[in-house]
Design a protein around this ligand. Sequence first.
Ligand SMILES: C[S@@+](CC[C@H](N)C(=O)[O-])C[C@H]1O[C@@H](n2cnc3c(N)ncnc32)[C@H](O)[C@@H]1O
Length: 292
Amino acid sequence: MTEHGNPYPVSDTAALVMLWASGYYETKPLIGAYLRRLDLSSGRQLLERYNRICPWYSEVIINRKHFIKNTVEELIKNDAKRTIIVNLGAGFSPLALELSPRLCDHVRFIEIDRSNMSHKHQLYSELVPDRCRFISCIESDIADTACLIEDLTKEMGEPARTRLIVVMEGLTYYIGRPAMERVLESLSGLVPDLSIVFEHLKPCRLVSGERRFIPYRIFSHIRDYTSLDRMTTYSEDEIRAILGPGFSCSYCDMDKMETKRTGSCRYFPAPDSGWLSCAVAVRKARRRITRP
Ligand SMILES: C[S@@+](CC[C@H](N)C(=O)[O-])C[C@H]1O[C@@H](n2cnc3c(N)ncnc32)[C@H](O)[C@@H]1O
C-alpha cells in the first residue's frame, strides 16, 4: 500500500514475472518494500498454469535476474567514463532500485516501456528520494527507433564522453527480428562505447529433447495470450551475426547462470537444459592516440 492509495495494479504478464521473482526479492528490504506497493494479483492465474508445467520455473527467472544485475554491476565498475544504463521494456523490473546505491550524476539509469513509467517514477521518489533524480522513466515504443534515439540523445549528453549499457531482459521474444535489428543498428550508431545485455529465448532445436516441452508449452501459451504471431528466438551465432564486428561477446546459458547464483547445477545440468540465455556484448571506443 502506498502512503497515497492502494497498491498499483500490474498487468498479468508483468505481474507473472514479479511473482516468480518475489521469493528472491523479498529477502532484499528495499525491493520487498517496492513489491508491497504493487498489486500482482492479475498474474496469479498464469503463475498457477505455468507452475503446473514446470513447478520450479521461478529458478529460471531468479537466475536471470541475479545474472543481469551482477553483469551490469561488473560493467559499471570497469570504466570511469560517464555511464548511462538503459533498461528497454523495463516493465516493473526493480533493477534501477537494486542498482540505486551506485547511481549518481556520473551513473544514470533510464527505463523505457510503453506504459506505467510515470507511476513507476512516483514509486521511486517515495522509496529512494535521494536517488530518484538519477533515474528517468520514459513512455515510448522502442520499435520506433527515431523516437528511441531522440529520447536517449536528450538524456545522454556528448556521445564520445558517454558509455551506454543497454539491458534487454524479458523483451526480445516479443519484438520481431527486423525491428530488433533496427533497434540494435540505431544503438550501435548512437555511441561508440556500448554494452548490450541481450537476454533471449533459444530455438527449440537447441534445447534438450526432454526439456523442450517446457518452453514450448509456456511460450506458445504466452504467444496466443498476448495475440502475437510468433515468439522470436535467437541462437548465439545469430546474435553475433546481428551485432557484427567490433563487439566482444560472452555468452551464458542457464546452467552457467545457475552456477553463478547457487554454486551448483541442480536444475540445469547442461547448456541445453535451459531455454533462456544471455549474450553480453561489449564494444569499447577506440582511444585516439595523441602524438607529442
Ligand atoms: C515480460 S515483460 C519484462 C519486464 C522486465 N524487463 C522484466 O524482465 O522484469 C516485457 C516488457 O516489455 C515491454 N515491451 C514489449 N514491447 C515493447 C515495445 N515495443 N516498446 C516498449 N516496451 C515494450 C512490455 O510493455 C513489458 O513491460
